[in-house]
Design a binder for this molecule. Structure first.
Ligand SMILES: Nc1ncnc2c1ncn2[C@@H]1O[C@H](COP(=O)(O)OP(=O)(O)OP(=O)(O)O)[C@@H](O)[C@H]1O
Length: 364
């Protein structure tokens, strides 16, 4: 299978007065695994349907490689689609189900059977060819849906919440399967999910959507550690967001005031922050250190909950300064580590480079 790049230029879609997708530009490179992530109603499915040709844009273009496919029929786009409700044909065997797209494309019966069997090997279910869909588990049916999409070797595969109906364990297993198949096929994949962990583990890049617009596009690490907006900082993973006022820069770092406290934070190049601006500083739980101590020159908090989640211990806290939000710190669980209990008073500490300053102006 050869892969193709996909380019979306000024693509837009309204339903009446409602803007489901604001004018959007996006390039997905050949062989890339790109995830569209975002809250419900943010426009992910709208964008995917426009790419698949299942709905028409108000304006803009969809290009596969150098070919403009904006108004081409879905089946002539060299795009495969896998949805959450995988709708296999109940009266056909699994092999017939998988061979079906080939039959539609006038591939000869013998060749279609051979390729369908190869697709079954790919999803590691070679023994179920003669079964019917009702005889398969949910996870097996989803793999068959994947095989049915791969069998005609589209150069781009779109997946809309393909694992949404599966339980957590099976979901995680299928995530690995899809990544393996992606590596083996080398296809370009555009994947929709609202599960941020799934997006983080699977994607080369994540396109985070909010209210019909791309909020940020980048690698999982970009979005997690270098969010451009408060929405991104809040949406992706747990974070502490402390309201603060920007002060002067000092080398790489910036002085920041949180109430009466002066602390250090980092202003990234992509977040324009000036002295006196209202900002939030974002600190990830694993970058927040706590100590059982009274420290006048540090933010103090009272432990409200302790959760051992297995490899991580999470300490939830309320800041003594009631104007600050609730806080969370996380560290590797250790048998003989410090023990914290509800009601303990702690002082907070972090490295300036781990506290990212984000302007209040980025709030959408
Ligand atoms: N056919 C339609 N007619 C009117 N409004 C629509 C139609 N399809 C989608 N919308 C609206 O457009 C917005 C974007 O919908 P879309 O399905 O793209 O969101 P999404 O990000 O995929 O959400 P979810 O995660 O819930 O699937 C929503 O507010 C939705 O109600």
């Amino acid at each position: 299978m050869s892969s193709s790049s996909l380019t979306v230029q000024k693509l837009a879609k309204r339903y009446g007065d409602f803007i489901a997708l604001a004018e959007t530009d996006l390039t997905v490179t050949e062989g890339e695994f790109l995830t569209l992530l975002g809250p419900s109603g943010s426009g992910k499915t709208t964008l995917l349907s426009l790419i698949a040709g299942l709905s028409r844009p108000d304006h803009g273009a969809v290009m596969i490689g150098k070919t403009d496919v904006t108004y081409s029929a879905p089946h002539s786009r060299d795009i495969g689609v896998v949805f959450q409700n995988y709708a296999l044909f109940p009266h056909m065997t699994i092999l017939e189900n998988i061979a079906f797209p080939l039959k539609m494309r006038k591939v000869g019966a013998e060749e279609a059977r051979k390729r369908a069997q190869e697709a079954l090997e790919m999803i590691r279910l070679p023994h179920i060819a003669q079964r019917y869909p009702r005889e398969l588990s949910g996870g097996q049916q989803q793999r068959v849906a994947l095989a049915r999409c791969m069998v005609y070797r589209p150069s781009i595969i779109l997946m809309d919440e393909p694992l949404g109906a599966l339980d957590k364990k099976l979901r995680e297993h299928m995530q690995l399967e899809i990544k393996r198949i992606h590596r083996e096929l080398g296809a370009t994949i555009i994947y929709v999910t609202h599960d941020q962990e799934e997006a983080m583990t699977m994607s080369d890049r994540i396109c985070l959507m909010n209210s019909g617009k791309i909020e940020q596009l980048g690698t999982p690490a970009d979005l997690y550690f270098r969010p451009k907006t408060l929405f991104v900082a809040d949406f992706l993973g747990e974070s502490n967001l402390l309201p603060a006022t920007a002060g002067r820069s000092q080398g790489e770092l910036m002085n920041v005031e949180i109430g009466p406290q002066r602390v250090a934070a980092q202003a990234l190049a992509n977040n324009e922050v000036s002295v006196g601006d209202a900002i939030h500083i974002m600190i990830r739980p694993q970058n927040l250190t706590i100590e059982k101590a009274e420290a006048k020159d540090r933010i103090s908090a009272i432990v409200s909950d302790v959760m051992v989640t297995g490899s991580l211990t999470k300490i939830y806290m309320n800041a003594v300064d009631a104007s600050l939000p609730a806080l969370v710190a996380a560290f590797p669980t250790r048998l003989n580590g410090d023990q914290y209990r509800m009601g303990d008073k702690v002082a907070l500490l972090w490295q300036g480079a781990d506290a990212i300053a984000i302007s209040e102006k980025t709030r959408s």
